[in-house]
Write a protein that binds this ligand. Structure first.
Ligand code: PLP
Length: 281
C-alpha cells in the first residue's frame, strides 16, 4: 500500500511523522474523508470545500489547491487499486519545537493521505440495520471544524463497541447532537424528516447535505431542529449518515426498538437514492 506524505508517495511501512508534529502533540490539525465507489470519489468537491473551511477556521494555509488534492487522491486510489473504500486526508500545523502558540509562519503543514478498502455498498449492517446507544456529548464548542482532536468521539465509539453496537449518538441538554462519526436523523409518523440544523454544535455532514437535497423531491417534509432522545425512540424510523456508512438504518436506540425493529421504507429509499447519486459522481 502506498500513502502520500508531504509531497511524496511512499510505501506504508516507510511513512513516518516526527514526534514534534503538532498533530501528535496538540491534535493541532484537521482531517477529511471521501468515499470511493467503483474506483471513483463520491461527492469529493464538497469534501474538499469542507477541508478548506476547516483549515481556514484554525488558521492553517491550505497547502494544495482543489485540483491538486483531487489529482493526488485519484492517483493514490488508482495506485492502490481501491474499488470501494475511502480516502483519508489530514493536515496539521507542522513540525516545530513544542509551544502552544503557532510556529513560525513559514512552517510547512504536514499533509498525509491514505486509502482504506471497505465494503460500503454491500454492507451487511445496512440490511439488518444498526443498533445504537446514546452517550453524553463531551466535546468542545467548535464541532463544525473537522478537528483531529477526537477523544470524545473515541470514548463514544468505544461505549458503542462495549455495548456490542455500531454507533453512539451524543446527547447534550437532552437533545441528540450527532453520532460519534455520523449525522443523526429521525423520520416521524407524519412523514417529517428531522435533523439538527447546522451550527457550531455539529459537523456539517457532506452526506447530510446530499440527503437533504435528495429529499427535496420526495414525500418527506424536512424539519431542521434539535430532537430529544425520547422523540428518537418513539420515531417511525431513524438513521445516520456519513461518507463511509452512506445512509445507515437505526433499528434500536439504547435497547428500544425503532418502529418494528427493521429498516424503514423512507430510510431504505434514501439509501437507494444516495447510492444512485454516488454511482453517478
Ligand atoms: N458528524 C461527525 C462528528 C463525524 O465525524 C462525521 C463523519 O465522520 C459526520 C458527522 C458525517 O459527515 P460526512 O457525511 O461528511 O462524512
Amino acid at each position: 500500500r502506498t500513502v502520500y506524505l508531504d509531497g511524496r508517495f511512499v510505501p506504508f511501512a516507510e511513512a513516518r511523522v516526527p514526534i514534534m508534529d503538532r498533530g501528535f502533540l496538540f491534535a493541532d490539525g484537521i482531517y477529511e474523508v471521501s468515499a470511493v465507489l467503483e474506483g471513483r470519489l463520491v461527492d469529493n468537491a464538497a469534501h474538499l470545500a469542507r477541508l478548506d473551511r476547516s483549515l481556514s477556521e484554525i488558521g492553517i494555509r491550505n497547502p494544495l489547491s482543489s485540483e491538486e488534492w483531487t489529482r493526488l487522491q485519484t492517483e493514490l486510489v488508482a495506485s492502490n487499486g481501491v474499488r470501494e473504500g475511502l480516502v483519508y486526508m489530514q493536515v496539521t500545523r507542522g513540525v516545530a519545537e513544542r509551544d502552544f502558540a503557532f510556529p513560525a509562519a513559514d512552517t510547512p503543514p504536514t499533509v498525509v493521505m491514505f486509502t482504506q478498502e471497505k465494503a460500503i455498498r454491500a454492507n451487511p449492517l445496512a440490511e439488518s440495520g444498526a443498533r445504537i446507544v446514546t452517550v453524553e456529548d463531551l466535546r468542545w464548542k467548535r464541532r463544525d471544524i473537522k478537528s483531529v482532536a477526537l477523544l470524545a468521539q473515541v470514548l463514544a465509539k468505544q461505549a458503542a463497541a462495549s455495548a456490542g453496537v455500531a454507533e453512539a449518538w451524543m446527547v447534550e441538554d437532552g437533545a441528540v447532537t450527532e453520532g460519534s462519526s455520523s449525522t443523526a436523523f429521525i423520520v416521524t409518523g407524519d412523514n417529517r424528516l428531522v435533523t439538527r440544523p447546522l451550527s457550531t454544535a455539529i459537523l456539517p455532514g457532506i452526506t447530510r447535505q446530499a440527503v437533504l437535497r435528495l429529499c427535496a423531491e420526495g414525500d418527506l417534509r424536512i424539519e431542521e431542529r434539535p430532537f430529544a432522545v425520547e422523540e428518537a425512540v418513539a420515531a417511525a424510523e431513524a438513521f445516520y449518515t456519513s461518507a463511509s456508512a452512506f445512509v445507515m438504518p437505526v433499528v434500536a436506540i439504547d435497547g428500544y426498538l425503532i418502529g418494528d425493529g427493521r429498516p424503514g421504507p423512507h430510510t431504505r429509499r434514501l439509501r437507494e437514492l444516495y447510492m444512485g447519486m454516488a454511482l453517478e459522481s
